[in-house]
Each structure stands twice: as structure tokens, then as C-alpha cells.
Design a protein around this ligand. Sequence first.
Ligand SMILES: Cc1cc2nc3c(=O)[nH]c(=O)nc-3n(C[C@H](O)[C@H](O)[C@H](O)COP(=O)(O)OP(=O)(O)OC[C@H]3O[C@@H](n4cnc5c(N)ncnc54)[C@H](O)[C@@H]3O)c2cc1C
Ligand SMILES: *[C@@H]1O[C@H](CO)[C@@H](O)[C@H](O)[C@H]1NC(C)=O
Ligand SMILES: *[C@@H]1O[C@H](CO)[C@@H](O)[C@H](O)[C@H]1NC(C)=O
Ligand SMILES: *[C@@H]1O[C@H](CO)[C@@H](O)[C@H](O)[C@H]1NC(C)=O
Ligand SMILES: *[C@@H]1O[C@H](CO)[C@@H](O)[C@H](O)[C@H]1NC(C)=O
Ligand SMILES: *[C@@H]1O[C@H](CO)[C@@H](O)[C@H](O)[C@H]1NC(C)=O
Ligand SMILES: *[C@@H]1O[C@H](CO)[C@@H](O)[C@H](O)[C@H]1NC(C)=O
Length: 511
Amino acid sequence: MAILHSFLSLLVLVLSLCPLVHLSEVSANNVHHNVKRSQIRDELGPLLSKGAVIVDSESGNLTEATKRWQVFASPTFNAVVQVATENDIIQTIRYANTHSIPFLAVNAGHGEIKSLGNLHNGIQITIRAMNKITINGDTAVVQGGASNLDMTTALWNAKKYTVTGTCECVGFLGPALGGGHGFLQGYYGLAADQLVEARVILENGTVVTTSNTTNSDLFWALRGAGHNFGIVSEVTTRIYDVPSADTWYYENFVYSGESIEQVFGQLDKVKRDMPAQLQHYAVFFRSADIDPVNALISFSIMYNGPSSEAEKWTKPFRKFKPLSNTNGTYTYPQLSGITGNGINDAICQHENLNRIRYPIYLEGFKTGQGKAVFDLFNKTTGQYPALSNSLMLFEGLADQGVEAVQLDSTAVPLRKYFVLASPVVTYKPDATLDTVAQDFGRNIRTTLQNFTGSTELHAYVNYAVGEEALESMYGYRGWRIAKLKTLKKQFDPQNAFRWYAPIVQSAFSGY
Ligand SMILES: Cc1cc2nc3c(=O)[nH]c(=O)nc-3n(C[C@H](O)[C@H](O)[C@H](O)COP(=O)(O)OP(=O)(O)OC[C@H]3O[C@@H](n4cnc5c(N)ncnc54)[C@H](O)[C@@H]3O)c2cc1C
Ligand SMILES: *[C@@H]1O[C@H](CO)[C@@H](O)[C@H](O)[C@H]1NC(C)=O
Ligand SMILES: *[C@@H]1O[C@H](CO)[C@@H](O)[C@H](O)[C@H]1NC(C)=O
Ligand SMILES: *[C@@H]1O[C@H](CO)[C@@H](O)[C@H](O)[C@H]1NC(C)=O
Ligand SMILES: *[C@@H]1O[C@H](CO)[C@@H](O)[C@H](O)[C@H]1NC(C)=O
Ligand SMILES: *[C@@H]1O[C@H](CO)[C@@H](O)[C@H](O)[C@H]1NC(C)=O
Ligand SMILES: *[C@@H]1O[C@H](CO)[C@@H](O)[C@H](O)[C@H]1NC(C)=O
């Protein structure tokens, strides 16, 4: 942890030395309401801490500072404020309000939803440097800019861990504010369920503490709909002792499409008595090296325990003629890397790709469901080679810990599911493909939903594409959305936080 912190403080130092020395001439380009770019530096700059850095197109590389994981319908910014303190956030929000400039907090930049693209010419408040983690016994105080890797590393060094997202380069709070799925959820619930307190900077620049006992309604909303209410500068989260003999057995299978019915039939059986120790991922993908003609299936089991115990779950899958079958035993922090979610993996590079995701929670698999989706995936990626880096994910997450939390106690609307399914339609930006790409994703999701026999679509808010009804993301029980709207009126009356899965679409209206 010490090494990480000194590295990051060095980074902040280096960054703070460069752009600020290049104060250039007053630009003729207006940001918004006649605020000139350099005016942001001249007026806001002096109000910020020494560690803060302002980047605009004259003082630094704005393109670099606003890079995102997925670029379809990206927000646009005229300036970036890389904050170092809570007060920097407050000053930036106040400044933006004074000049009617829209703003957005950005941590690791993995937010995918199209609604982000409604933000034009704003100020990006980059909170990534605020990533301090302080361990106090059974809880940790975590700043708003920590990443999943920051969390896992800091906690593991103290022989602790907690529920975080599985991908190392993703923010910790971005997932947690919408629920937060992770490898440990079978035991402890979602990342949001671990929060005991959150400090939030509201739209008007006021800081409030929220918890079970203080501003408890806002605390309720933050856990599930949190991106709509403010910028969370710091949370206190529960953490857990790592058991003394904590190992994860991992086994991976690659199959051709011929095994699809067997694999998905077996998966539906796994569902019936899946233990909290088990997680599994199935992925449809294409690899020209393995098979230039057909899409393939990768299936992995992660089991928190020895291979002898995992055998019950892995053995049936060996019968279905895998093209390859590999295994290994790992520690908890190695799981991200082993599943392709590590900081050095392709998934963690911001590669200027459209990656459009259409999520749906499923309670199980119906006969023919996996095959229908596999055939559609194979056909479309075959027909449009530009889409052949697309993935179809089925994340099988144990939900005992999630279900154990009382359903009404947070804004997370759904606590019972078996698989989080989502096509991630992936391609280099090319407007001529946008219709085909989106139809591909929509078709897969509709196909999956048709097999469920339900008209209710349940979509994880943090995977949502932005076409979903509010009920899909925030729940079909009428009181949930009503309560969220009431809280919006109270804590965000101008609707400044309307860019990420917005409960209310437009500024100053819709109430
Ligand atoms: C490769 C990949 C892997 C993923 N894996 C998982 C996973 O394992 N589990 C899971 O649950 N989800 C996962 N997700 C989805 C993830 O929860 C969302 O993409 C999340 O919004 C990303 O947060 P970020 O900080 O990386 O992105 P950003 O784009 O920086 O932030 C996303 C949104 O959260 C808001 N936000 C971020 N931090 C704060 C804060 N401190 N206060 C207020 N608002 C804030 C931002 O304003 C923005 O609206 C994954 C996504 C990707 C792309
Ligand atoms: C700015 O950053 C982008 C993206 O990383 C890069 O492609 C570009 O070359 C950079 N421009 C300058 C002037 O450094
Ligand atoms: C809220 O308080 C109740 C009663 O003290 C407790 O059981 C529950 O665990 C608390 N929830 C959180 C999120 O702290
Ligand atoms: C794991 O893989 C090794 C080869 O690397 C093999 O010898 C062993 O049998 C495999 N274990 C199981 C449980 O499949
Ligand atoms: C996959 O699609 C290709 C066309 O790209 C087709 O030739 C092949 O038969 C399909 N494979 C399966 C298993 O359906
Ligand atoms: C789903 O079902 C509806 C209604 O039965 C039908 O109109 C539609 O074509 C189906 N879509 C897919 C992709 O299967
Ligand atoms: C900001 O909004 C909150 C919530 O409505 C309110 O309690 C607080 O007084 C406001 N602060 C200012 C400075 O207006």
C-alpha cells in the first residue's frame, strides 16, 4: 500500500507540474454562456488545492484526459479538473453552477450508458487521484476515486478483503453506487451492501453525511441509484478477514458450438443448488486462431475451495467434448487476472472502441435459449466481421449473500437471479455500422427475454445501454421510482446529476 501511495502522490506531483505552467493566451472559443476556456483556469484555478490540475485543450491533452472505455455516445468536455481534495470538488461544482456549465464526476471512465452522451461542453471532474484507503478494524474509509485494484491491494496487504467489482481498472464506487457485483457476493452481498456511511457533495456544493441514521433516505438511494444524487467523496465500508486457507480453484473449458445445448442444460442444473463458493462465466466469442469460421464458447468455474470439492461442479462439464480444458489454483487477488479482468489485460485498455451492452438478468436457462443466442451471435459476427470482437457474457454469480439483505433496505431493486447476461457489441467507431450493431444487441436481449416468458425486463443499471425503462433499472414496484423522484427533488432540484441512468431526464423539468 505504501508503495502504491507514494507512486500515486508522485504521479499527482508530476501532473501538477506540467499543464499549469503552460497558461496560454485567452481563447476565442466559448465554453458555455460566454465563459472562456482560460477563464476556468484563471478563476477556478486559484480556488483549488495545490494537487489539483486543470486540463483544457490549450494547457494539456484534453483528448487523453477524457478517454473512456467505450466511446459510443460519449460526453464532451471543454475542461477537466483533476481534483485532489473534497474542497476541490466543492469549488468546481460551485464554479460550474455559477456559469451554468454541466459537470460529471469521472473515476475510471468505464461508465457505458448512452445517456452520458447527452452531456456536451461540460467540466469533467476527475476524482481518480482521491484514492486513499484507511483500514480501521472491520471497516475501511475509502475515497471516491479508488479503483477495484486499489481496494483489493490495500485490503489484501492487511489480510482483509471485501466485495468489489471483478475488473481491476474499474472504479470501486461506480459499481457500488449501482449495486456492485463481485466474486465475494455469495458470502456478503453486493458492494453497496457493505457501505455503512457515505459523504456526498450535493448539486449545490453542500457536503452531507449519510448513513443508516443520518439522511437515511439519501443513504438508501445511494445504494442502487447513487449516480443520480451527488459526488461521493468518501465512504466507510465493511471489510472481512481473509480466511487462513483461502484458495480458488479455476477450471476453464473451450467448446465449439456443437456443445451448446449440453453446456447450457448443465448450467441450468448448477443453478438449483449453487453454493456461495461458486461463480461461473460463459462467454461466446470468436477467435480466428482457434476457428476462423465458427464462434466459440468459453466456460469457466471459479470455486472458493480445493479442486476436490469443486469436482462436483466441474466434472459434468468435462463430458461435453471441450476443445481445451485447463485448470489452476489461485489466491483471491489473482482471480481478476485469471479471468481476463486484470490491469494489464486487453479489457483494461481504453482502445477507442464502441462497446454497446444490452444486459438482462435471468433466473435460469430454458431449453434452446443458449443455442438461439449462440446461433444469432455466430451468424451476425460471421456476416459482419467488423463486429467479431463482440462478446456475449453470461456471468453466473452466487446470490446467497445478496438475497440475505432485505429487499426494501436499499435502492437495489432485484436480489434474486442466476445469471447476468449481456452482449457487448464491440467495433471500431463507424457510423455505417451503428444500426446493425445496436440491432444485434437488441435482438440478442429480446431473444433471451422471449424465453423467460416475462414482459418485465430486469437490467443491471451499471450495464444498462440507456434504452431501458426506469422500471428495468430501478424496479417495478411503483413506490421505488416515486421515492427516488421525491429524493431527487429534495437533494438535486436542478437535476445536475442527470447523465448516468437518469431518474429524471432533463434539467429543471420532469418533476
Ligand atoms: C470492463 C468492465 C468490467 C466491469 N465489471 C463490473 C463488475 O465486476 N461488477 C459490477 O458491478 N460492475 C462492473 N462493471 C460496470 C461498472 O459498474 C460501471 O461501468 C461503472 O459505472 C464504472 O465505474 P467507473 O468509475 O469505472 O466509470 P466512470 O465512467 O468514471 O463512472 C461511472 C459513473 O459513476 C459515477 N461515479 C463514479 N464515481 C463516483 C463517485 N465517487 N461519486 C458519484 N458518482 C460517481 C460517474 O459520475 C459516472 O456517472 C464493469 C464495466 C466494465 C466496462
Ligand atoms: C493526445 O492524446 C491522444 C489520445 O491518447 C493521442 O492520440 C494524441 O496523440 C495526443 N495528442 C498530443 C498533442 O499529445
Ligand atoms: C442499519 O441499522 C440496523 C439496525 O441497527 C442494522 O441491523 C443494519 O445492519 C444497518 N445497516 C447498515 C447498512 O449499516
Ligand atoms: C489440471 O490440469 C493438469 C494439467 O495441467 C492435469 O494434470 C490435472 O488432471 C487437471 N486437474 C483436474 C482436476 O482436471
Ligand atoms: C457460424 O457462422 C458461419 C458463417 O460465418 C457458418 O458458416 C457456420 O456454419 C456457423 N456455425 C454454426 C455452428 O452455426
Ligand atoms: C420475441 O417475441 C415477440 C413476441 O412474441 C416477437 O414478436 C419477436 O419477434 C421475438 N423476438 C425475438 C428476437 O425472438
Ligand atoms: C443544499 O441543499 C441541501 C439539500 O436540499 C440543503 O439542505 C442545503 O441547505 C443546501 N445548501 C445551500 C448552501 O443552499
